[in-house]
Each structure stands twice: as structure tokens, then as C-alpha cells.
Design a protein around this ligand. Sequence first.
Ligand code: NAD
Length: 259
Amino acid sequence: MDLNIKGKTALVCASSRGLGRGCAEALAEAGVDLVLNARGAQALEQTAQEIRDRWGVKVTTVAGDVSNEDDRAALIKAAQGVDILVNNAGGPPPGLWSDWNRDDFIKALDANMLAPIALMTALLPGMIDKGWGRVVNITSGSVKAPIPQLGLSNSARAGLTGYVAGTSRQVAPFGVNINNLLPGIHDTDRAASLDGGVSKAQNISVEDARAQRIATIPARRYGTAADFGAMCAFLCSDRAQFIVGQNILLDGGAVNATL
Ligand code: NAD
């Protein structure tokens, strides 16, 4: 299937590795030029060069933290006129409900709710002017089924989800589609760090923690960045014109729900 987005430009946040990189690779495969972002300049440059070499698309980089206002201003400047925005940032740390104070919540909200909203606020007008745009927000399966130890994430992502539910309906008449993509467990550094958390909490080996988590997934494996990128590229494509304000779960069947 031709996704019909060759020659368009996308900003993919937090994309030097993991799910963000998976999205960047899949968009590059579809012929989309990229603005890539991550906190560490060195890893970002390396990823950018690998993507240029592999797919032959134009790749610009802006190192910085999407939750920092100055860094975000630089990112927005470099991304003016993009057709596609993929919002992403690292997830908040796990813990217990009684661990978190106001500052912890503000940090989680800044990274996982207010930064994507600020980027949408800045970049949606350009898409509306062109009459075509796509936004995919990487959130989490925890939006559908809470992960108790990820209370900061559950909270911040619920806020973003509510914002998208309304805003997506306001911009859809202008050819701009906003959707959320909800990862279940995917094999990235984040998953490895959560495996480590389970291993520590239950005093079992990391291998046993991973096996235990795989057993909860009907597909009996972790997802890959490529699995995730493929769905992201489809949602960003011209083929996805009728998909508006949806929360699409990619979790190998882990959330046991009919809808
Ligand atoms: P990861 O840790 O493997 O990759 C994170 C990437 O984001 C890196 O490129 C890092 O430089 C960049 N980054 C992190 N914080 C940033 C920030 N504030 N500003 C700019 N760049 C930043 O993470 P991942 O597994 O790819 O996860 C991506 C998102 O999906 C996270 O929010 C995570 O919580 C969520 N998620 C992941 C899984 C999973 O199993 N991997 C499951 C559910 C939700």
C-alpha cells in the first residue's frame, strides 16, 4: 500500500531510540523528511545519519528536552510548516501512590501532557492552513487499563487523552487528524528498566521478570519498535483520513477487554 505521504515533513519527538525511533524509521521508509529530537545530541546525530543512509530522506536534528520551554521553542522554530507531528517523551518513574508530591506530578504533566499540547498548539495552525495534517501522540496502554505503579503516567496521559478527544474534533474539518497510539510492552530501554523494577520488587532475576511479563501478553512476546512504527506511519498517512480522535492500543492482546 502506498501511504501517499512521500515528500511530506514530520517532527518526531524523543526519537533517538525506542518507539520514537521506530516511528521515524517507518515515516522515512514512506519517503517523509524528518525533524528529529532527543535530549542527547550524540545519539540523536547518530540516529539521524543512520536514517539518512538507510532511507535517503532529509533529516534535521534539534537536541533538547521537550518539557523545557526554551528547548521546545527551538524545536518549534525548526519544525515550522511540518505536515506531521509525532509527540513523545520519556515516561515518568514507577512508584507507590504515597511516593509522589506536587513537583513529581508537575514534572510528569510537563513531559507527558503539557509538552505535547504546546507542540500541537504551535504546529496545528500550519497544518490547518494547508488543509492537511496528522498528529500521533504516543501515550500508553495505561490509558485503557491502569498500571498501578505508574500513577504519574496514568494521570498525565489521561489529561492528554481528554484534550485530544475534544481538540481532534475541532481540527478534523480542516483535514487535520489527531490520534493517540497506546503502547503495551515494547522491547525498548524503557521496557528493560521496567523489567528491572519488577525484578527488584519481587526479588527475582531480570530474565524471570521478563518471562513473567511476557506471559501476560497473548501474543507471547514484547512488541518491537518496528511494529509500533508501522501503525504510526499508517495513522500519519493519507489513507487514515477517516480516523479521528481514536486511542489505538498496540499490546499483543494484553488488555483483556472486549472494546
Ligand atoms: P525509551 O526510553 O526507549 O526512549 C526514549 C527516547 O526519548 C530517547 O530517544 C530519549 O532521548 C528521548 N527522550 C526521553 N525524554 C525526553 C524528553 N523529555 N525530551 C526529548 N526527548 C526525550 O522509551 P520508549 O520505550 O521508546 O517509550 C516512549 C514512550 O512510550 C514513553 O513515554 C513510555 O513511557 C511510553 N511507553 C512505553 C512502553 C514500552 O513498553 N516501551 C509501554 C507503554 C508506554
